[in-house]
Design a protein. Structure first.
Lengths: 197, 169
C-alpha cells in the first residue's frame, strides 16, 4: 500500500476487512472476561457493603459491567481499571440506596445471619453476632453521608486513601479528616446506644 | 507511597472503634456468591447480541485487493475534485463588486441640513404642487376688550347712585 493510500485509509477509518473486526471484537470480549474474573468479587463486596442484600449487590455488579461494555472502546486508555470499576459500582449503589427506602434493622440481621461465615459457631451465636453487626451498621447509617462513605470504603484493605479519594472525587487529606470524624462520631453513637441499654 | 487509611488512625478510639472496624472488615471480606462471574458473563453476552455496536463505518463492499485499493483511491480523488471544483466555480461566478456605490446625496427637503453627515438615507421626494395656492390671510379678530376686573354689582350701584361731582371751577 502506498503512502497516499495509507493516509487515506487512516483518515477515512475504514476497517480493512471483516476478519479485522472479528479479531477486535474477540479481543474486547477477552478483555471484558478478564475484568469480570478479576474484579467481580471486589465489586460485589463494595456493593454489598452499601446495599446489604446479595441480590441487589449482584444486580449492581452486573449493571457496572454493562456500563463497562458501553465504554469498551476506551478500556485501553484507562490507567487504573480497578479504581475506575469501583467508582462505577459505587455510583450505582449510592444511586440505588438513595432510591430505595431505608431497610429495617431486622432485615439486615436476617441477611447478615445468612451470609456470615459459620466458623463452627452455633446458630444462636451466629444470630447474636448478626444482631451486633446489624446494630453497628445501623449506627453507621446515621452518620453524615460523606463520613459514612469514607468509613465504608476504608474497610477495604485493598483500597489506599489515595484510591478512596479518587473514587469519591476528593483529596487524600479530606479522606483522612473525614475518616477521623467518622470514627469519633461512631464512638459517640455506640457509647450513647450502650448507655441507653 | 500509599498506606491504607485505616492505619493512620489505628488505636485512636477504644473498643468501640474496634467493634466498628471488625464489623466493616467482616462485610468487606465477605465472599462473592458462587457463579457470579458466569452470570455476569452471560448477561454481557446477551447485551452484546441484543445491542450491537453502533456508529461504525461500513466495510468497503468490494473484496478483491485490486478493487479495494484502486477504488478507494479513486473515491478519495473524486471527493477532492468535487470539493475543489465547487469552490472554483463559486469563485469564478461570484465576483465581488468593484467599489461601494454610494447613493447620490439628496438635499433634504424643507431646508433641513444633514448636519455634516457623510451619508444620508435616500428618501422619497414629496409631492410637488404645480400651481401654488396663495392662501388669503385670515383677518385677525381683535379680542373684545374686557375689563380686567369685574366690578362688583353692589359697588356699581353705589357709584351710580352718587351724584356726579360738579366740575371744578
Amino acid at each position: 500500500m502506498s503512502t497516499g493510500q495509507a493516509i487515506f485509509a487512516g483518515w477515512m477509518e475504514i476497517p480493512t476487512s471483516a476478519a479485522h473486526e472479528r479479531d477486535r471484537t474477540q479481543a474486547e470480549e477477552e478483555t471484558l472476561a478478564a475484568l469480570v474474573s478479576q474484579y467481580s468479587g471486589t465489586l460485589y463486596r463494595v456493593a454489598f457493603s452499601v446495599l446489604r442484600n446479595t441480590a441487589d449487590a449482584e444486580d449492581a455488579v452486573q449493571e457496572a459491567f454493562l456500563r463497562v461494555l458501553r465504554h469498551r472502546d476506551t478500556l485501553h486508555e484507562l490507567r487504573d481499571q480497578r479504581v475506575w470499576l469501583i467508582r462505577i459500582v459505587w455510583n450505582i449503589v449510592l444511586d440505588r440506596k438513595r432510591r430505595m427506602k431505608t431497610r429495617p434493622e431486622t432485615d439486615d440481621v436476617a441477611e447478615l445471619a445468612r451470609v456470615l461465615p459459620a466458623g463452627g459457631l452455633s446458630a444462636e451465636q451466629i444470630a447474636s453476632a448478626a444482631q451486633h453487626h446489624a446494630h453497628v451498621l445501623a449506627c453507621a447509617d446515621r452518620l453524615p453521608s460523606k463520613e459514612r462513605q469514607v468509613l465504608m470504603l476504608s474497610a477495604f484493605e485493598e483500597l489506599s486513601s489515595v484510591e478512596i479519594a479518587s473514587i469519591l472525587g476528593t483529596t487524600e487529606s479530606s479522606v483522612r479528616s473525614r475518616l477521623f470524624r467518622a470514627r469519633n462520631l461512631m464512638a459517640e453513637l455506640l457509647n450513647h446506644a450502650r448507655s441507653l441499654r | 507511597m500509599n498506606h491504607p487509611p485505616q492505619d493512620a488512625f489505628a488505636n485512636d478510639s477504644g473498643n468501640v472503634a474496634g467493634d466498628v472496624e471488625t464489623t466493616l472488615r467482616l462485610i468487606a471480606t465477605l465472599p462473592a456468591p458462587e457463579g457470579l462471574e458466569d452470570r455476569v458473563n452471560a448477561s454481557l453476552r446477551t447485551a452484546q447480541r441484543s445491542a450491537p455496536r453502533t456508529g461504525r463505518i461500513l466495510a468497503w463492499p468490494t473484496t478483491s485487493w485490486l478493487g479495494r485499493d484502486w477504488m478507494r483511491s479513486a473515491a478519495a480523488a473524486t471527493i477532492v475534485l468535487v470539493v475543489a471544483g465547487g469552490g472554483w466555480g463559486i469563485y469564478t461566478h461570484v465576483q465581488p463588486a468593484r467599489g461601494i456605490a454610494a447613493p447620490p446625496r439628496v438635499a433634504a427637503p424643507a431646508g433641513f441640513s444633514s448636519a455634516g453627515a457623510m451619508r444620508t438615507p435616500q428618501t422619497l421626494n414629496g409631492p410637488v404642487v404645480k400651481h401654488p395656492v396663495t392662501a388669503k390671510p385670515q383677518p385677525v379678530k381683535s379680542p373684545a376688550k374686557k375689563p380686567l376686573h369685574r366690578v362688583k354689582p353692589a359697588a356699581a350701584n353705589k357709584a351710580a347712585a352718587q351724584p356726579v361731582a360738579p366740575a371744578a371751577k
